[in-house]
Design a protein around this ligand. Structure first.
Ligand code: UD1
Length: 353
């Protein structure tokens, strides 16, 4: 029998790439998304239209918010989900400092409402989209899953991921039937190698790779590098960048591990990273190679809340999920560039930024 999976936030960057890999692996996918951060110029978000073209399979789409318990109830009543993959959330770090209540309402209360619907409809398997941000300022490196969480999270966005994980831990303690994998992503970048789907930030990008990409295509004049006086290889911040296709595969590995023989029980936090760090200057050099463009940049002050270095210990993902990242920083830059060149306005038909 074909397993049916509900994907919340399936029209977003990580969601759409995961939906694609799920379809390629024979799962039936239902997406729920409120389109707060997705382009939709027809009945389905453009990212999903392209996923359907790439896979030659169809996705059922529902425009709804997690706060709409009637909509959730209807979707659960009319399907027989084996598992939920939960991406839907607000994710802009700076905005979360301005609008903390919106972040707690959307992310924490939204998850609560989803968990209540799952419980009511007896769906107890969940793959949750968490973040390495739950580790705060690293006490040691590489970051393994035993590293303390919630201490030194510098912003409300990060705390929503931490609070949700705590909620999931409590739930799994209280009710033995739950099977949860919380995937702690390091820095997802890149795009599907076709260049048909990718990251489509609204306005000025907050994150490094989309900003670099927009400088390379001439949409932004220069990159600002936030500090070159960190204790790192060249003074700039070091992060564990992970290709979006590797990340998407990690979700399918987690799902298969929840559905297979000898499934994981209770709450399991698992890092998704490569285990290798790259500095900002190394990313710039790799992007220059991938795009064959010279990138203009200037060094400015450190950004508040940034840490010097963050990279994963990815051993547990290999042990529990049989998953390891395969692509390197040059693959990530090549695919990000390919997406940018083919889609200068992202999923929009004209430039609204
Ligand atoms: C950020 C978030 C993190 C979130 C993640 C999603 C913060 C403090 N953290 O991680 O919570 O889960 O995005 O991918 O915002 N940089 C520049 N110039 C730029 C942009 C970035 O020099 O214009 C540098 C940063 O200082 C950092 C590195 O590039 O050293 C990566 O930054 P970014 O892509 O924003 O990711 P994180 O800060 O690691």
């Amino acid at each position: 029998m074909v397993a049916e999976v509900l994907v919340t936030g399936g029209a977003g960057f990580v969601g759409s790439h995961t939906v694609l890999v799920l379809l390629q692996n024979g799962f039936k996918v239902v997406v729920l998304d409120n389109l707060v951060n997705a382009v939709s110029e027809g009945p389905k978000p453009e990212a999903l239209v392209r996923v359907e073209k790439l896979t030659k399979k169809s996705v059922e789409f529902h425009e709804a918010d997690l706060s709409d318990s009637k909509a959730l109830d209807d979707i659960f009543s009319s399907h027989n989900f084996e598992c939920v993959i939960h991406f839907a959330a607000l994710k802009a770090v700076g905005e979360s400092c301005q609008l903390p209540l919106a972040y707690y309402r959307n992310n924490v209360a939204g998850t609560l409402s989803l968990l209540e619907a799952m419980k009511k409809h007896k769906v107890h398997r969940l793959v949750f989209s968490s973040s390495a941000t739950v580790y705060g300022d690293p006490q040691y490196l590489p970051l393994d899953e035993a590293h303390p969480t919630g201490q030194g999270c510098t912003n409300p966005y990060g705390r929503t991921k931490f609070f949700i994980e705590e909620m999931l831990v409590d739930l799994c303690k209280a009710e033995q039937q739950w099977q949860v994998v919380s995937l702690r992503y390091f820095n997802p970048v890149g795009a599907h190698p076709s260049g048909q789907i990718g990251e489509d930030p609204l306005g000025i990008p907050n994150n490094l790779m989309p900003y670099v990409s927009q400088v390379a295509i001439g949409k932004r004049s220069e990159l600002q590098i936030f500090g070159d006086d960190y204790d790192t290889v060249d003074g700039t911040g070091v992060r564990d960048y992970i290709h979006i296709m590797d990340l998407a595969d990690g979700h399918v590995s987690a799902l298969e591990r929840l559905l297979g023989s000898d499934p994981l029980q209770g709450f399991n936090a698992v890092n998704l990273g490569t285990g290798k760090g790259n500095s900002v200057l190394e990313v710039v050099a790799a992007f220059e190679k991938a795009s064959n463009k010279k990138l203009k940049y200037k060094i400015v002050a450190r950004r508040a809340g940034d840490v010097a270095t963050s990279f994963a210990d990815p051993k547990l993902a290999k042990e529990l999920l049989g998953w390891t990242a395969k692509k390197d920083i040059l693959d990530m830059c090549k695919d990000a560039w390919n997406w940018q060149v083919q889609n200068p306005n992202g999923f929009r038909s004209s430039d609204k930024n």
